[in-house]
Ligand binder design. Structure first.
Ligand SMILES: *[C@@H]1O[C@H](CO)[C@@H](O)[C@H](O)[C@H]1NC(C)=O
Ligand SMILES: *[C@@H]1O[C@H](CO)[C@@H](O)[C@H](O)[C@H]1NC(C)=O
Length: 373
């Protein structure tokens, strides 16, 4: 559980504009650092457990070449790759996802979740598969790329932003372009909007906040890619490049890094606070098990608040642990999907629920805790 003491000690007003958590990489960060994290050594700032059976360096890489060059706040960006080995926990989806490790509360108040994303022509993502990117456990908001699973056609080069399962903004993915994003999440008002820009441009609001079932236990933002099978295999490697990953309290920082080209000089202070926050909080307490135990609350809400008969049908194709946990009584109001009215909408809901159920990591959490004790 998030400690109430931490909430009381830092009322929202005193946190305005501050960075709550930073996943920015300094020049000394190495790929080996990710492997130092484990369930029994939960060091900040990243959890690393959702990946395939290969070496970590197959799925993650750090380099100055992997960041938005306009962003001088971080020294390196991270390559997050999937390939034909990227099956995690017996699932049929290919997944490589980092998750924030932090004692900060990333699920209350009015927050901005920042990141920049790019691809190259080498190891380009396959547009014939649905990708879920930078998603929360309940999928209340996320980016998607590629042909939506179940959609007609053979490929779709659209990078789209979804809230509550609806697309509100999209762009054609162009290799080599840096896309900067900030999810504008008001956990109190239960709304989410989107800020975006290209390259070195400052962020602008591209979608005004819409209502959504906002929730986070502070350990369920999946920074990486989940690729659905879309009914067929493809073992080719896909590389996605990420940088400038941090979460701040409103008001938003619009500049990208210290804005070497187009931004104002005032930006450097807010972003350098991101890196100093990262270094001062890294490698603190190892005993943060409570964060992960909170997760089933969110998951069960997803499973039960929509259409329970649908969920039962869908989960029967998944692992037994999913069924067990889906049966846990839900907290009341976490997810309020619109009532489906057409067959297509019902199918979409089934798909969304299936994705949420099979993508969530609670089965491993439970087993891991059991093993450790
Ligand atoms: C980024 O560039 C693309 C292609 O030129 C354009 O369609 C898109 O609107 C731009 N994004 C923003 C947020 O301005
Ligand atoms: C670089 O970042 C790591 C992890 O956040 C931190 O432990 C280390 O102290 C930082 N090094 C420098 C030189 O800031």
């Amino acid at each position: 559980m998030k400690s109430f003491a931490s909430l009381l000690a830092f009322p929202a007003s005193s946190l305005a504009g501050t960075v709550l958590w930073s996943g920015i990489f300094n020049s000394s960060a190495t790929v080996e650092d990710f492997d130092d994290w484990s369930w029994s050594n939960q060091i900040e700032p990243w959890q690393w457990y959702i990946h395939g059976t290969g070496k970590t360096s197959d799925y993650l890489g750090l380099s100055t070449d992997f960041k938005n060059p306009a962003d001088t706040s971080d020294a390196q960006g991270v390559r997050i790759s999937i390939d034909g080995t990227s099956f995690w926990n017996g699932q049929t989806m290919e997944r490589s996802e980092l998750i924030p490790q932090t004692k900060a509360d990333l699920g209350s108040g009015h927050l901005y979740y920042h990141f920049s994303l790019s691809t190259k022509t080498t190891n380009a993502p396959d547009a014939s598969f649905e990708h879920q990117i930078a998603f929360f456990e309940s999928h209340f908001t996320e980016l998607q790329y590629g042909l939506a699973s179940g959609a007609s056609g053979s490929s779709d080069n659209t990078l789209r932003w979804n809230a509550g399962g609806q697309t509100h903004w999209s762009v054609q993915l162009e290799a080599g372009n840096w896309y900067n994003f900030a999810y504008d999440i008001d956990f109190d008002a239960k709304t989410v909007g989107l800020w975006a820009s290209n390259g070195s441009d400052p962020l602008t609001q591209v979608v005004a906040p819409v209502s959504a079932s906002t929730s986070s236990n502070s350990a369920d933002w999946h920074v990486g890619e989940l690729r659905l099978p879309n009914g067929g295999p493809n073992d080719a490697v896909e590389d996605w490049f990420w940088s400038g990953i941090y979460v701040e309290e409103a008001p938003i920082t619009k500049e990208i890094g210290s804005g070497s080209s187009s931004s104002s000089s005032s930006s450097s202070s807010s972003v350098s606070s991101a890196s100093s926050s990262a270094s001062s909080t890294a490698h603190t307490s190892a005993a943060q098990t409570v964060i992960s135990t909170a997760e089933p609350l969110i998951v069960s809400a997803v499973a039960t608040s929509s259409a329970s008969s649908t969920v039962a049908a869908v989960t029967s194709t998944v692992s037994p642990s999913v069924n067990t946990e889906a049966a846990t009584p839900a907290t009341s109001s976490s997810v309020a999907l619109a009532t489906p009215t057409t067959a297509t909408e019902i199918l979409d809901d089934i798909r969304a629920l299936f994705s949420a159920l099979v993508s969530r990591p609670t089965g491993v959490h439970a087993r891991d805790f059991a093993r450790r004790e």
